[in-house]
Ligand binder design. Sequence first.
Ligand code: SF4
Length: 324
Amino acid sequence: MSGHEFLDSLIVFGPVPSRRLGRSLGVNNIPPKICSYSCVYCQLGRTHHFSSSRKTYYQPEDIFERIKARTDVIIKKGEKIDYITFVPDGEPTLDAKLGLEIDMAKTLGFKTAVITNSSLIGLDCVKNDLMKADLVCFKVDAVQEDIWKKIDRPSKNISLKTVLEGIKSFSKTYKGRLITDTMLCGGLNDDARHIIELASYLGSIGACSNYISTITRPPAENTAKKPSEEKLNGAFQAINMAGGRAELNIGFEGVDFSSSGKAEEGFLSIISVHPMREDAVMAFIKNTGADPGLIEDLKLRGEIVETIYAGEKFFIRKINGPRA
Ligand code: SF4
């Protein structure tokens, strides 16, 4: 790889398959790792370059040129791109030229997405830039100040109240696809009282999906732990009950049940995303003609666990299981 190609691959990467975005061509619009947070679970390690003010890092024309060169190659190969996604190794809205870069990327005829930690959404210029994207994913790990500080470790001049109000006000006028992502960490933000408050906030946003994620790669701090399946299911149910649309994102890619035709894979694929109540599991087994011993077998193999929520039995994919 030449020096030029190496720089190109730093700015534009992929496309990579993503459950949330399909085939996503990633854009690294800021140098690594400049961020307004230093999340305990960050897979990029601790933040050494804290920033909460926007500036220009690259010339938008340079970014555009690299996106265009990459999309030309992908199109020539007959491959598909679902989104051009601004998802750098840091916080994309710190880039003062983000809006212009989105405008330029859109001229190529692809949808655009931004995955943000939400910290700067209180700024009108950030709101205006994000309005241009076809999809915005907001991180919402906590709605209580002390928990937010422990998990996301924000830069001093960011206020949680401004962040939460900013997302809410954005959601009222945004016409694109708005989603949220919550990283659930054991012992940090998975306390039942916090989950109820978080669920109530997420339910008020009206997002297309509220993803609940867990750690899937080595975190910045070894204090960051996966939650239990019980907490994961509790968060899922609480968000749905509050009017949100919860979906699990726990590191298992879905299996196309209709094409695989295998009940076991189909079942595992569904409960990786949506914990299933016992009566729904029974209906699934009946409708697919699966072996009635399937559930016991999966439990014994450590692929699934049973958990109780509000007196009902649910089955969920085991996150610390053999394939986790
Ligand atoms: S916001 Fe993202 S990049 Fe920044 S520290 Fe958190 S996980 Fe890492």
